[in-house]
Design a protein. Structure first.
Length: 317
């Protein structure tokens, strides 16, 4: 398939086909990666460079939407192959890429050292001198005269940016604009839902970020999970409704004896029937596809509930 306005979708190979995407934007013989996948993804990204008729030295930028390891864990390893590239990311994420010890420790605490190595490979630090900060004001990356505007879009993570490419009228949304798996596409269109993974999910902020992206009136949005989608206003409405529904269910589970199990059950009840009706697949097929997202989203809602409870317990001044 020919690239759309020089935008190449790259399957990073994380977990399963068409699960995790990075993008290569090409303009006038120069290139910019948006996200990197894991260290295991480096061969696929370098192959995309060659397929686009470029050399690694022609890549000027690596823009990271956020520093979660499935999207940025391979940045340091990729950069070793890109002699002229600079890395652009949020101010809050930059220290964790320059010294990824905390990222590694956090992932290891959750998954164990063996699983972290299997899933993400070796996480290589990024030299500080090759980092540019996309600060909270609008930050423009110049790709051979093509403006890539970095926007502060927290809610999924406090260190999240999205990228607006006016030439193609496309937003690269990272995880801000939710998840849509191609396996659930049907004659009804695509199935989309928010991602509320730990540890920084914030519902009002995420809804504001979605509205910020829609205000640009994009023709399409490039998701990390997975690919470019259209009909963005309708999907934005769905996402905001789903965020509200997830929060409502989370609050109802706040005092459950086994809160996490209750959250998982509540999300299962929210997602699975809707996905079955949309896709025509069986409950078992859909649950197999979505079980990890349900687990991680339940964890994220749990962290958010804890934060709400801590705020409520603070003495008023």
């Amino acid at each position: 398939m020919s690239p759309f306005h020089g935008i190449h979708t790259i399957d990073t190979g994380f977990h399963r086909p068409q699960f995790d995407a990075a993008y290569l934007v090409v303009e006038n013989g120069r290139g910019a990666f948006i996200d990197s996948g894991t260290s295991h993804s480096v061969p696929a990204l370098l192959a995309a460079v060659a397929d686009a008729g470029l050399n690694p030295a022609d890549i000027d930028w690596l823009i990271l939407t956020h520093v979660h390891l499935d999207h940025a864990g391979g940045a340091g390893a990729l950069l070793q192959h890109l002699p002229n590239a600079r890395v652009v990311l949020h101010r809050r994420g930059a220290p964790h890429m320059i010294d990824p010890a905390k990222l590694i420790a956090g992932a290891t605490a959750v998954y164990g050292e063996e699983e972290v190595t299997r899933s993400y490979g070796r996480i290589v630090p990024i030299p500080a001198e090759r980092v540019d900060i996309a600060d909270e004001e609008d930050h423009v990356v110049d790709l051979a005269g093509r403006a890539l505007l970095c926007l502060d879009t927290p809610g999924h993570a406090a260190h999240h940016i999205s990228i607006w490419d006016e030439k193609s009228r496309t937003v690269f949304s990272g995880d801000t604009f939710g998840i849509s798996y191609r396996e659930l596409d049907s004659e009804n269109g695509l199935f989309i839902f928010p991602t509320t993974t730990p540890v920084q999910f914030d519902p009002p902020t995420l809804k504001d970020s979605i509205r910020c992206l829609i205000a640009l009136q994009p023709d399409g949005i490039c998701l990390t999970h997975y690919g470019r989608i259209g009909d963005v206003e309708r999907h934005a409405t769905t996402l905001i409704e789903q965020i509200d529904a997830m929060v409502e269910r989370a609050l109802a589970c706040a005092d459950a004896p086994d809160r996490h199990a209750a959250l998982v059950a509540a999300l299962d009840d929210l997602y699975i029937p809707r996905a079955v009706a949309h896709s025509g697949q069986s409950s078992e097929q859909v649950r197999e596809l979505l079980h990890m997202d349900i687990e991680l989203n339940a964890q994220g809602l749990g962290v958010w509930l804890d934060r709400q409870q801590r705020r409520a317990a603070r003495p008023s001044s």
